[in-house]
Write a protein that binds this ligand. Structure first.
Ligand code: HPA
Length: 270
């Protein structure tokens, strides 16, 4: 990862936000625009941000909402990069790295996920307590450390900060938003899981499964930043249920408002 590019991206984010960022938010499948109206600032296409990876699908570049959310300077990335698109890990974590360079101390990561915990229901929101990185890779591979990374070996205990999880439970309680809590398993994709894979994931301690987030969390922790994560359960594995992308997007859209309120409440209390 080129330090110069990251610094140019960070300068741009700071300029648009009016100073050092406080927090960064990554919005997963279906959550796209949920913060657009809530952030007092500007929206820019990813192409304007130095070093951002090129979109694989032209016209679906993604956009960043940059500005003030409850008085905090934030960037919300609407659209992320996945390994299943054939991306390098450095592309997957580029938005996180750029925001960290722009000063963001807190990262709110969101995703759509399948439930493997059989007590979950479609539409549930899960606070991520911990993760299983089952992608088979890491953004920290390589001779050089990430720009801004202090240590080669990164502690992953409490990767999802306990104080932020406590705050999330508090905010969810105030708004009456039910919140599950559990372990997110990040896989390569792009296939959804077979029933055997879902059973395996359940046995090794996963509550939810998806194709994102885990590498972003690793990168943020390597850069010394605090992370909180939410999975929207868009489908539940078991009893012969099948999964479709349309179902995932519809469930995400239905829950988007609750996710936006939660994120706003958390950022307001940072
Ligand atoms: N598996 C993996 N990723 C997903 C799923 C799933 O069932 N649902 C939404 N994203």
């Amino acid at each position: 990862m080129k330090r110069k590019r990251l610094e140019a991206a960070a300068d741009f984010l700071r300029r648009k936000a009016g100073g050092e960022l406080d927090a960064a938010i990554v919005l997963g499948s279906g959550f796209g625009g949920v913060l657009r109206e809530r952030i007092d600032g500007t929206t820019v296409p990813y192409g304007k941000i130095e070093g951002m990876p090129e979109p694989t699908v032209p016209g679906h570049a993604g956009e960043a909402h940059i500005g003030l959310l409850h008085g905090r300077r934030v960037v919300a990335f609407s659209g992320r990069f996945h390994l299943y698109e054939g991306r390098a890990t450095r592309d997957v974590i580029y938005p996180v790295a750029a925001a960290a360079h722009a000063g963001a101390k807190t990262f709110v990561l969101t995703n759509a996920a399948g439930g493997v915990n059989t007590s979950f229901h479609t539409g549930d929101l899960m606070l991520i307590a911990d993760q299983l990185n089952l992608t088979g890779t890491s953004p920290l591979l390589g001779a050089a450390l990430l720009p801004g990374q202090a240590h080669r070996f990164v502690d992953m205990v409490d990767a999802y900060a306990p104080y932020l999880r406590k705050l999330a439970r508090h905010v969810a309680g105030e708004y009456g938003i039910p919140l599950q809590e559990g372990v997110y398993a990040g896989l390569l994709g792009p296939t959804y899981e077979t029933p055997a894979e879902a059973r395996y994931l359940r046995r090794i301690g996963a509550d939810a499964v998806g194709m994102s987030t885990v590498l972003e969390t690793i990168a943020a922790r390597a850069l010394g930043r605090d992370v909180i994560g939410f999975s929207l359960i868009t489908n539940v594995h078991g009893a012969g249920a099948t999964t479709s992308h349309e179902e995932v997007i519809a469930a995400a859209a239905a829950a988007a408002e609750n996710v936006a309120r939660l994120i706003e409440g958390i950022v307001a209390n940072l």
